[in-house]
Design a protein around this ligand. Structure first.
Ligand code: DNO
Length: 360
């Protein structure tokens, strides 16, 4: 297991590589080139410079999160082939800087959604929250405004400005698409890309839909065990895998996360894990909480144990943290709460490893 932290280059992060390097247990980062418009090739020279900068700070560049998928691919338009070709060139370029894992998502139009990015919790910290009725009542382009206004001036992953412009039209487009067509578009993408990922020894790791239920009539597919099995069967290569995000999948209380981890990770289909906790107010409303089990509804000990038992040897990053100690940062991606989360997860991992060793 390698513990990493997400970091955004180009002055688009309040957290420095030096701070990450000083955080116990962290050996590298998940990163990206946030300024490259979706659908375009990520230039090799930019990637080499990025790697050199991260290595110079004493860290490894481990995971790329994300190379986003152009909407035309998800829509199955004829123009998808050009964007798929670009995606393949990007995969090749990533392999040239030794990237072994690429996180992406196949969510239509909207990446992760929240009703508030800085909801005040009782202890004076703030966290991202989701209130289903509020989200339904929002005009989706307003949600983009809410998100942007509270982003503290940083870009929001998955909410690229160019995506927002055509949001209303894109949402309209999907109203007449069946889920079967959506799966078919996904398979078309996977069948084109996975053979190249294999050649490049780079594992593709799809991120679940967040939240894991339908919104605005958009197809949502990576939401539970059954659908994940369908996804994995679209292309059965070991390079077609998952980013198992506990907070996203855990929003649906019917999802038994330790069982899902035991099933998919022991098949070698989970190269990357996002670990965070959430506290439900109802089955469709939740706040993001501190990582420690008792602060939320997810049993993080059982989650880490399931990864350990399944022989997980991929990357883990603590996912979103709250904003604590007066920190000003991109929502979800401050240093303090994520560093606490990383050390908690690291501690659980060490305890489980040592208890296993002492019992043999
Ligand atoms: C939000 C993130 C997502 C994730 C993408 C992966 O904070 O978890 O934006 O990176 O969905 O493609």
């Amino acid at each position: 297991m390698k513990m990493i932290l997400r970091w955004f280059p180009g002055g688009d992060d309040s957290v420095t590589l030096e701070q990450i390097n000083q955080t116990p247990g962290i050996s590298g980062v998940a990163t990206c080139l946030p300024d490259i418009p979706v659908g375009e090739i990520w230039p090799l020279q930019r990637l080499i410079t990025l790697k050199e900068m991260i290595n110079a700070a004493g860290l490894e560049i481990e995971v790329i999160e994300s190379v986003n998928i152009h909407e035309d691919i998800k829509k199955g338009l004829p123009s998808r082939d050009k964007y798929i070709e670009n995606y393949i060139v990007t995969i090749n370029n990533l392999s040239k800087i030794d990237i072994k894992c690429l996180c992406y998502n196949f969510m239509p139009v909207i990446d992760w959604a929240r009703s508030d990015l800085a909801f005040s919790l009782a202890d004076g910290s703030t966290a991202m929250s989701y209130r289903h009725e509020q989200v339904l009542q929002m005009d989706p382009s307003k949600m983009a405004d809410v998100m942007m206004n509270k982003a503290q001036g940083y870009s929001l992953p998955g909410w690229e400005p160019e995506r927002l412009k055509s949001m209303a039209m894109d949402i309209e487009f999907y109203q007449s698409m069946t889920t079967d067509d959506y799966w078919a578009n996904m398979k078309y993408f996977l069948d084109a890309v996975i053979p190249h990922a294999e050649k490049c020894d780079l594992k593709m790791a799809i991120h679940p839909d967040d939240p894991p239920w339908p919104l605005y009539g958009l197809p949502k597919v990576i939401i539970n065990s059954e659908k994940i099995r369908t996804f994995l069967s679209l292309n059965d290569s070991s390079y077609n895998g998952l980013t198992l995000c506990t907070g996203s999948l855990g929003a649906n209380q019917d999802n038994d996360l330790p069982a899902m981890i035991r099933e998919f990770s022991s098949q070698g289909k989970v190269p990357f894990a996002h670990i965070r906790n959430i506290k439900h107010l109802s089955s469709l409303d939740f706040d993001e909480s501190a990582h420690i089990s008792e602060y939320g509804d997810l049993d993080i000990f059982e989650i880490v144990r399931a990864f350990h038992d399944s022989g997980f040897n991929g990357y883990i990053r603590p996912d979103h943290g709250r904003m604590i100690w007066g920190e000003k940062a991109r929502p979800g991606y401050g240093l303090y709460d994520r560093a606490l989360g990383a050390n908690y997860i690291y501690g659980l991992w060490e305890a489980i490893s040592k208890m296993k060793q002492s019992s043999v």
